[in-house]
Ligand binder design. Structure first.
Ligand code: OAD
Ligand code: ZN
Length: 241
């Protein structure tokens, strides 16, 4: 493992463009449950049944209650050594971009700046009618919030199951992936598209792809190097002086 870590440190020193793709595993050590691990239940509802446009159409108050609860949980946790190490990596000599599937905003809290939140951000709300997006930092946001501009119902500015990604973000993510020379894929089960295809875009363009995950994922056979372990333990070793 140490030899692998040293080899990656060297690649990081020489890289011109670094792209990092993160998933729920990066926030796991902060105490936020992953999607496909344990803890995917709220009041006996499966998370995957609440984070849908159908659930919001059926019972917007319930979906808001669920998001208020998640906002409360996220407001109480802190970023962990993996988030901080990635913020440090951004300060290195290479061009750097971080693509995250997480909606918790913890990368920003840790100091990362060039972040593409392809699944949205739980601290933002969007009007279901006029599309206005704004930050709303009060964790408990009520169960029927209305748009300040047009009065229509607001929804969380996150991508729900069955919804597409913002095409501009998607385009940027592909472009970044296909033009980096080093990619890190950290804490994602790599089963949800289109994010799961970014490492392949990087590989086809000739990048060296490193995966960091304690479990074996469908990507393992496709990456150049899989570092088996927790993000909070491995990523800091890549950036320490
Ligand atoms: P998953 O819950 O599918 O996968 C989490 C991954 O993190 C797993 O592969 C774990 O092995 C790994 N993991 C757990 N602890 C870790 C640690 N300490 N360090 C590193 N890795 C660890 O979450 P995602 O892959 O992020 O989308 O899921 C992708 C998307 O599926 C989510 O963004 C969400 C969901 O549908 C939307 O909500 C649109
Ligand atoms: Zn509006």
């Amino acid at each position: 493992m140490q030899a692998d870590i040293d080899a990656v440190r060297e690649r990081l020193r020489d890289a011109k463009r670094v792209v990092v793709l993160t998933g729920a595993g990066v926030s796991a050590e902060s105490g936020i449950p992953t999607f496909r691990g344990e803890g995917g239940l709220w009041r006996n509802h499966r998370v995957t049944d609440l984070a849908t446009p159908e659930a919001f159409a059926r019972n917007p108050a319930l979906v808001w209650e669920f998001y208020n609860w998640r906002r409360m949980v996220i407001s109480k946790v802190d970023c962990n050594p993996a988030h901080r190490a990635l913020a440090a990596m951004e300060k290195g000599p290479a061009d750097f971009a971080l693509i995250t599937q997480n909606i918790d905003g913890l990368h920003f809290r840790a100091g990362s700046r060039n972040v593409l939140e392809i699944h949205g951000n739980i601290w933002k709300v969007r009007c279901t009618y006029c599309g206005d997006v704004h930050l709303e930092q009060e964790p408990d946001f009520g169960t029927a919030p209305a748009c300040r501009k047009c009065g229509a119902p607001l929804r969380p500015h996150v991508v729900w199951f069955g919804e597409g990604l913002d095409p501009r973000l998607l385009d940027t993510a592909y472009r970044l992936s296909a033009s980096c020379d080093l990619m890190f894929v950290i804490g994602t089960s790599a089963v949800v598209q289109p994010a799961a295809s970014f490492p392949f875009a990087a590989k086809s363009a000739g990048a060296f792809v490193v995966e960091i995950n304690p479990e074996r994922t469908p990507l393992a056979g496709a990456v150049d190097l899989a570092l088996a372990g927790k993000a909070g333990e491995i990523v800091p070793q890549l950036v320490r002086p």
